[in-house]
Ligand binder design. Structure first.
Ligand code: FAD
Length: 638
């Protein structure tokens, strides 16, 4: 029998980014004991890297803003494939979640009259992003950690134990979820430093594990983002939706090679930066797509006036949704008008005084100075698309964040639906707060209503331990595979064949490659012992990346249209017959226990509620919907 540390909690939250921390706070406030587990140090998650801000229609910078405008923008950004109920809850609740952060101690930048300042971002009609310079995520995490400490102090007063109701398990990776009769019974993992196993017995688990970016070669994501939550959910019996939609942020660094992919915040364009090609032309005016015609400025003069007078001018096309800008950059580079290192230019130097740039964008200033020896107050940046965010994720109930597996909840980037086919910048930080809270609440209510707690079976624990240890004990047929080589091959294939522009023949080649890798992974071998062993950690993560990549590729092949973060060269248009269809991935055991088979099916979207449908003009909906779907719109001819 394997030696395992055993602990018992009401709720286990996997992930200590914004979604995880907000879930912890909510479940604890309802009186439950919560373990929060994270792969890296506590406080280091993607959320901390978020630069631009958190979208909430507080109306501080423009009083015309309200939840309905935010809802409309989010649906347009997602090309009407969003789970509309999630988009509605998000738009309605985001302002409260931001104000609530202030009660936890957050200090956002202010307007001249002392209100929370809001900045422009792509796809948002009004300045809407609450921010702290370009370090907003850091402030979010700092204040939520502070709130957790204050809750622990309350617990100490009551019980004499700071960790009576919230305990942090940092540098600890969860490798498997355990179930009894289909209900969650616990989570199994290991301490990264010692390699020792740990078991959390708990009836409710909230997945808040973030994204999948490390399956792609050029990415803004850091090492932790290997799609663990997505894969854990699949293996536990939950479903993933929208996995074909991967966001390539238009502006990642392209030079030097060691930093390729690191994010350049959209805040640069929000604050006046413009994209130019080698002919010094502001090329985005050439790329306003049909669905957005009329909503964006068609001259540089109008675009520039918009920064100071948004009520009487249309916004600059530099701030079109990310999918549009990324494709435009791709086309400029392909047409030979790219910068020396294969990107385009992003110019803020000629647009704002140096002092202002350093004040508004301190992290960008230091990032370019230190990593690329470029002074962004004097010269343009070179930028190009980088894999940034996954719109696809665990299918959840919008109100409770519960998955189809009883006791399993998900929030933040690892959940799916909210952003449809493309996420607007700033809508992730607000998503984590809104749905992190709802997931904590959902888990707490589930536990409160439980009549009996599912039990963890020893055979499941032994199987989870054996699976984790498999790379130390390969089949012994003389063929050994190296996890680093497999990871590099996976990233290269996903980047080249299922990247920003896709076509059937290339996706099929990717699937062939993934099939080959799913065989080779059985022979992945690592040297040494369990004590801090990065090769072993990667070997464990690799099977998650493979599963998730297969979901992305299969769904990308099946969706024969282009929409948001999914561009098919061989099916360039948006097809209204596809708009209300979701591709749903599930895992079936098959004969490969390391990486289960992926099944995929088409599911119809729930039609948009009538009052929400009526928030849009019929002429706009006509660009996305079929005539039959619009028959009930009041503007529709009888
Ligand atoms: P994360 O913050 O990604 O946290 C995931 C957590 O899960 C981590 O603690 C990790 O250690 C843990 N974890 C993962 N797997 C396991 C496992 N197996 N076991 C245990 N723990 C695990 N969005 C905006 O709205 N505005 C912005 O300005 C913005 N800027 C961004 C800038 C950058 C550079 C990046 C990369 C993203 C940015 N985003 C922004 C997107 C946004 O930051 C992320 O989508 C969001 O923070 C995800 O939050 P999360 O809580 O879902 O997960």
């Amino acid at each position: 029998m394997t030696e395992v540390e055993r602990l018992s909690y009401d709720v286990v939250v996997i992930g200590a980014g914004g979604a995880g921390l907000r879930a912890v706070i909510e479940a604890r406030e309802r009186g439950f004991s919560v373990a929060v587990v994270c792969k890296s140090l506590f406080g280091k998650a993607h959320t901390v890297m978020a630069e631009g801000g958190c979208a909430a229609s507080m109306g501080n910078a423009n009083s015309n803003d309200n939840w309905q405008v935010h809802f409309r923008d989010t649906m347009r950004g997602g090309k009407f494939l969003n789970n509309w109920r999630m988009a509605e809850l998000h738009a309605r609740e985001a302002p409260d979640r931001v104000w609530e952060l202030e009660t936890y101690g957050a200090l956002f930048d202010r307007t001249a009259d002392g209100r929370i300042s809001q900045r422009n971002f792509g796809g948002h009609t009004y300045p809407r992003l609450a921010h702290v310079g370009d370090r907003t995520g850091l402030e979010l995490i700092r204040t939520m950690q502070q709130k957790i400490v204050s809750l622990q102090q309350e617990d100490f007063k009551e019980t004499g134990d700071y960790e009576a109701r919230i305990k942090v398990f940092a540098e600890c990776t969860i490798t498997e979820l355990l179930t009894e009769d289909g209900r969650i019974s616990g989570a199994f993992g290991y301490w990264r430093e010692s390699g020792r196993f740990i078991l959390f017995e708990a009836p409710a688990v909230v997945l808040a594990t973030g994204g999948i970016g490390k399956s792609f070669k050029v990415t803004s994501n850091s090492w932790e983002y290997t799609g663990d939550g997505h894969a854990l959910a699949l293996r536990a019996g939950a479903k993933l939706i929208n996995m074909e939609f991967v966001q390539f942020h238009p502006t990642g660094m392209v030079w030097p090679p060691s930093v390729k992919g690191i994010l350049v915040t959209e805040g640069v364009r929000g604050d006046g930066g413009v994209l130019k090609n080698t002919e010094d032309k502001r090329f985005m005016f050439e790329y306003v797509p049909e669905v957005f015609k009329g909503q964006y400025a068609d001259s540089e003069e109008e675009a520039d006036r918009w920064y100071t007078d948004a009520d009487n001018n249309r916004r600059t096309p530099d701030l079109l949704p990310r999918d549009e800008v990324a494709r435009a950059i791709n086309s400029e580079v392909k047409a030979g008008r790219g910068s020396p290192h294969g990107g385009v230019f992003l110019d803020i130097a000629s647009r704002l005084p140096a002092e202002e740039i350093r004040k508004r964008l301190p992290s960008m200033y230091h990032q370019f100075k230190e990593l690329a020896d470029v002074d962004i107050t004097k010269e343009p940046m070179e930028v190009g698309p980088t894999c940034h965010y996954v719109m696809g994720g665990i299918e959840v109930d919008p109100d409770t964040a519960s998955s189809s597996v009883p006791g399993l909840f998900a929030a933040g980037e690892c959940s799916g639906g909210m952003h449809g086919s493309n996420r607007l910048g700033g809508n992730s930080l607000s998503d984590l707060l809104v749905f992190g809270r709802r997931a904590g609440l959902g888990a707490a209510s589930y536990v409160a209503d439980l009549k009996d707690r599912p039990k963890v079976s020893q055979s499941d624990v032994d199987a989870a331990a054996a699976m984790a240890l498999a790379p130390f004990d390969p089949p012994g047929d003389g063929v050994e595979e190296n996890p680093y080589s497999l990871h590099t091959e996976l990233q290269q294939s996903m980047n080249d064949l299922v990247g920003i522009i896709r076509k059937a023949e290339e996706i099929e080649r990717a699937l062939e490659k993934l099939g080959e890798l799913r065989e080779r992974i059985k022979r992945v071998t690592v040297e040494g012992h369990r004590q801090f062993n990065p090769g072993w950690h990667l070997a464990v993560d690799l099977r998650n990346m493979l599963m998730v990549s297969e979901c992305v590729a299969r769904a990308a092949l099946m969706r024969t249209e282009s929409r948001g973060g999914h561009t098919r060269d061989d099916h360039p248009g948006m097809d209204s017959q596809w708009r209300n269809k979701l591709l749903v991935c599930s895992a079936t055991p098959g004969d490969n226990p390391v990486v289960p088979e992926i099944g995929i099916e088409v599911k119809a979207q729930v039609p948009l509620r009538q009052d929400l449908l009526e928030l849009f003009e019929l002429s706009e909906l006509g660009k996305y919907y079929t005539d039959e779907e619009l028959a009930s719109h009041p503007g529709s001819p009888a």
